[in-house]
Design a protein around this ligand. Structure first.
Ligand code: ADP
Length: 193
């Protein structure tokens, strides 16, 4: 008899811009052997390679707005279809209710489901100061104050409704994201244990 299991695991990290999703995602992919799927990173890669999608996305990203659901879902679909075993850490996706519904459908087609959704909470002034610091350190073109405020607004309007969506599915755990990177990582690993 085979001891193999499908061992699918899908962890979703949610939270406002600056909450530390990317940092925690990098820690989790190592500790739980997951593949990180960051739609932000995928889009920045398109921008860097100057693809057609990258050209379209750059203008939208630089203004702090969201790239269309259709483009994002198509990008995620092709990534998921290339995976044999779905062990995923989702960072920055889904970001709208339409994306969440599309993801649920996609995972159902693949006979799998989200394992856990973690919401990293940090108060807004702290977020803005973190993002302004990152702007100085990394020089990301969507990290100036006006664009940051727009990204916060977009988060409140379009992404926050997902909290209720996942609460309704009994899948959401909120954690305090204002500690050090190590403290937050420890809390997340306790939640997932
Ligand atoms: P943050 O650092 O704010 O979490 P990301 O690196 O995830 O930001 O994303 C940067 C930008 O890329 C977003 O402001 C948006 O324009 C675009 N983007 C990333 N993921 C998505 C998505 N799932 N849907 C639509 N747009 C997205």
């Amino acid at each position: 008899m085979s001891n193999e299991c499908s061992c699918s695991e899908i962890v979703l990290l949610m939270g406002p811009p600056g909450a530390g999703k990317g940092t925690q995602a990098d820690i989790l992919v190592n500790s739980r052997v997951l593949r990180k799927l960051s739609t932000g990173d995928m889009l920045r890669d398109h921008v860097k390679r100057d693809t057609d999608l990258g050209k379209k996305a750059k203008v939208i990203m630089d203004a702090g707005n969201l790239v269309s659901d259709d483009l994002i879902v198509a990008m995620v679909r092709s990534e998921l279809e290339s995976m044999q075993i779905i062990r995923l850490l989702l960072d920055g996706f889904p970001r709208t209710t339409a994306q969440a519904i599309a993801l649920d459908k996609l995972l159902e087609e693949m006979s799998t489901d989200i394992s856990s959704t973690i919401l990293i909470e940090v108060d807004e002034e702290e977020l803005i100061s973190r993002l302004l610091n990152r702007a100085t350190e990394l020089g990301r073109s969507d990290d100036n104050e006006e664009v940051i405020r727009n990204r916060m607004k977009v988060y409140h309007e379009l992404t926050k409704p997902l909290i209720e969506y996942y609460q309704g599915q009994n899948k959401l755990v909120s954690i305090n994201g204002s500690g050090t990177v190590e403290e937050v990582a420890k809390t997340i690993s306790e939640v997932l244990a």
